[in-house]
Design a binder for this molecule. Structure first.
Ligand code: ATP
Ligand code: MG
Length: 218
């Protein structure tokens, strides 16, 4: 299993605590793709934050790529996430002062790759952006920025990729092309994929669909 989550609970907020996750169990096998559905506010992004190690569960166990997230301190968790987990968000989140090439180089350099520049260029070529290597995010269209984000997430060859409404800011045709690329790149790299979406057609492309409701999966 790439993800083994058991009775995961998450309560956030100070004076008025919100029980966001109320006992989530989820297994994701190596190479599997899972669509995560649920109403707005049901806790999808929060669950992704917990499963990707960005947020700590209040209780329960989260084992990802064989690592017990609860047992790791902040530094070890940051190192563990590096190279193991790739994330693609709705709003691209590229570094604005870096070119497309440099954005993709960042996670490779953090991994200690000596050929980060060449590899970044190959990753960008694989998403059809070999002609935009030196462009800054502001000089790229939304779809192109999301393709850079996919290249950046997959470049370190993570075993697990999370995507949170990756087409939410794109028109339908551009979104469909971006999704095609995401599936193609994850197939080429054998990564497991957890994708949050409101799009039933996209959900159907995944091996399995799970839905969050009342803080639990059904
Ligand atoms: N830090 C926080 N403190 C208190 N409540 C929070 C916090 N973060 C999120 N919440 C609440 O938790 C619930 C789940 O939020 P989350 O962002 O996970 O929902 P979502 O399913 O991703 O929704 P959407 O489809 O709109 O993106 C929401 O009601 C939100 O207001
Ligand atoms: Mg969300």
């Amino acid at each position: 299993m790439v993800i083994a989550a058991r009775d995961v609970r998450l309560t956030l907020g100070g004076a008025e605590p919100v029980e966001i996750l109320r006992g989530v169990d989820l297994d994701v096998a190596a190479g599997e793709s899972v669509a995560l559905l649920g109403a707005s506010g049901s806790g999808k992004s929060s669950l992704m934050a917990v499963l990707s190690g960005l947020e700590r569960a209040t209780s329960g166990s989260v084992e990802v790529t064989g690592l017990d997230f609860a047992a790791l301190d902040e530094d070890s968790l940051a190192v563990a996430r590096r190279g193991r987990i790739g994330i693609v968000l709705q709003a691209f989140h590229l570094l604005p002062t870096m070119t497309a090439r440099e954005n993709v180089m960042v996670p490779l350099e953090l991994q200690g790759a000596v050929d980060a520049r060449t590899r970044a260029e190959a990753e960008l070529a694989a998403v059809g952006l070999g002609h935009r290597l030196g462009h800054y995010p502001a000089q790229l269209s939304g779809g192109e920025q999301q393709r850079v984000a996919i290249a950046r997430a997959l470049a370190p060859r993570p075993s697990l990729v999370f995507a949170d409404e990756p087409t939410g800011n794109l028109d339908a045709a551009t979104g469909a092309r971006v999704v095609d690329l995401l599936f193609e790149r994850r197939r080429a790299t054998d990564a497991s994929l957890v994708i949050i979406t409101h799009d039933p057609a996209l959900a159907r492309r995944c091996d399995r669909v799970v839905e969050l409701a009342d803080g639990r999966l059904r």
